[in-house]
Ligand binder design. Structure first.
Ligand SMILES: Cc1ncc(COP(=O)(O)O)c(C=O)c1O
Length: 458
């Protein structure tokens, strides 16, 4: 019997994948040669091994990235809907950020003192996100690790709560998953000696009774969550879930950190501002300084008072909260420029209008072709999921990800000049994305479906 993958016969998907791999290889001779050279000195031929996770026969080597466009070393041009998996949400090298970096590069790359940019950036963060106090880190992973440490110190509680299949960066405490009735270390984890489940509780997203049960023991310092799960496909919160989560946390005296690294796509001030949520901490990284390494975490006035108490009463010595000072004036200059001139109301208006248009186009395709697929969107960020109904939990989402089909679609699109994100199928709209590119992407998806149907008949 023919095996069907999300509405498409497996044989057709395999045929498409093989043809697209050949086409890719023909289009990228210089990338191929560079990949062979790189393989001699980089693990998997790339500076970070997951740069190789695109499902292409070898990685595309980029010559230049500007606005929403990428050019590769073979002269192929692409509209980029991956946007560095979010770092370039506002376009590659936004001009105000590039200029601020160039100026700062001539005035000092690293110091152990703040400048005027820091003061201005703090004011803008408070105004934009509605939280009065802020700290900087270099990566969102650093920021999340810091928030966890602060929350434990402030509450005197050892545990944190995360959602199954979450991702918050290189944060040991979060790499657990639900296995039946147990919480265990994530199976793919490399080199983890500790049993992370000792101090990390893990439940399914959208499961309020499970959240309540986990918090009832009153040993949980912090709930760390994305307001929309964006790293296990896309899982939207059910109506009222996040509000009730905050209420439960307040009742059980647990702090809440919302990691908005990806959901900054929601609108000015991120998902929480748009939805009227008031977390104790908010974390943002990646795009917050236009793609330059920088992250921030904000917190309420009450949290700030408790932090001061922690610092005043602790013994002398390292706090364990901190990250590199290297490049901090550069990051601060980029952060200031991005907040002031790039992450504007007008930019969000454009991004979200483009995303709505793409969503319409993809939903029309799914309906017309009667595909058992769905589209999810949070502001300027979209995903196609290969099930008829959207998932409720991270586990459902991950379990529903089909083999081969997403890879075939991505490669087909890439070979036609449009790049979407690997792992799942995220498409991000930047203020620099031309509206014609949205139509180009929607029609490439449509052509891909047509070609899959043709391959199914062959
Ligand atoms: C929600 C979320 N938080 C944190 C991170 C880690 O960001 P960084 O690479 O800046 O450490 C990521 C990375 O993808 C993320 O998706």
């Amino acid at each position: 019997m023919t095996e069907i993958i999300a509405g498409m016969p497996r044989a057709a998907v395999e045929r498409m994948l093989a043809a697209e791999r050949d086409r890719f290889t023909g289009l990228h001779p210089k990338s191929r040669a560079l990949a062979a050279r790189g393989a001699a000195h980089w693990l998997h031929g790339v500076p970070m091994h997951w740069m190789n996770d695109w499902g292409t026969p070898f990685p595309v080597h980029v010559a230049e990235a500007r606005g929403a466009a990428l050019a590769d070393v073979d002269g192929n041009r692409y509209v980029d809907f991956c946007l560095g998996d979010t770092g370039a949400m506002f376009g590659h090298s936004p001009a105000p950020v590039a200029e601020a970096l160039a100026v700062q590069a001539g005035k000092g790359l690293t110091t152990m003192l703040p400048g005027e940019d820091a003061v201005a950036a703090g004011e803008l963060l408070a105004a934009r996100f509605g939280l009065p106090c802020w700290q900087m880190a270099q990566t969102a992973s650093d920021a999340n690790r810091s928030v966890i440490r602060w929350a434990r110190a402030m509450t005197g509680r050892p545990a944190i709560l995360v959602f199954d299949q979450c991702y918050h960066g290189m944060v040991d405490d979060t790499f657990v998953c639900v296995d039946g009735h147990r919480v265990v270390n994530r199976p793919g984890l490399v080199g983890q000696a500790a049993d992370l489940a000792v101090n990390t509780r893990c439940v399914e997203f959208n499961d309020l009774p499970a959240v309540d049960a986990a918090l009832r023991r009153r040993d949980v310092a912090l709930v760390l969550a994305e307001p929309v799960m964006t790293n296990a496909g896309m899982v939207l919160p059910e109506p009222g879930f996040l509000e009730s989560l905050h209420d439960l946390a307040r009742r059980h005296r647990t702090l809440v950190a919302m990691d908005e690294t990806h959901t900054l796509s929601s609108g000015v001030g991120g998902y929480c501002r748009v939805a009227g949520l008031e977390p104790d901490f908010l974390v943002a990284g990646k795009a917050i300084a236009g793609g330059y390494p920088c992250a921030v975490y904000g917190f309420t006035g009450e949290v700030e008072q408790r932090m001061r108490g922690v610092l005043a009463s602790k013994p002398a010595g390292h706090s364990g909260v901190g990250t590199t000072l290297a490049g901090n004036p550069m990051a601060t200059a980029a952060l200031h420029a991005c907040l002031e001139s790039v992450m504007t109301t007008a930019a969000y208006g454009r991004m979200i209008a483009l995303a709505e248009r793409l969503e319409d186009g993809l939903e029309r395709l799914i309906e017309q072709e009667e595909l058992p697929w769905h589209v999810q969107r949070v502001g300027a960020r979209l995903e196609v999921g290969f099930t008829r109904r959207p998932p409720r939990t991270g586990r459902q989402s991950v379990d529903a990800l089909p083999s081969l089909l997403p890879e075939a679609v991505r490669l087909y699109l890439l070979n036609r000049g449009v790049i979407i994100t690997p792992f799942h199928n995220m498409m991000l709209l930047s203020p620099e994305t031309p509206s014609a590119a949205v139509d180009q992407l929607a029609s490439a998806w449509s052509q891909c479906v047509t070609d899959l149907r043709i391959a199914a008949r062959d």
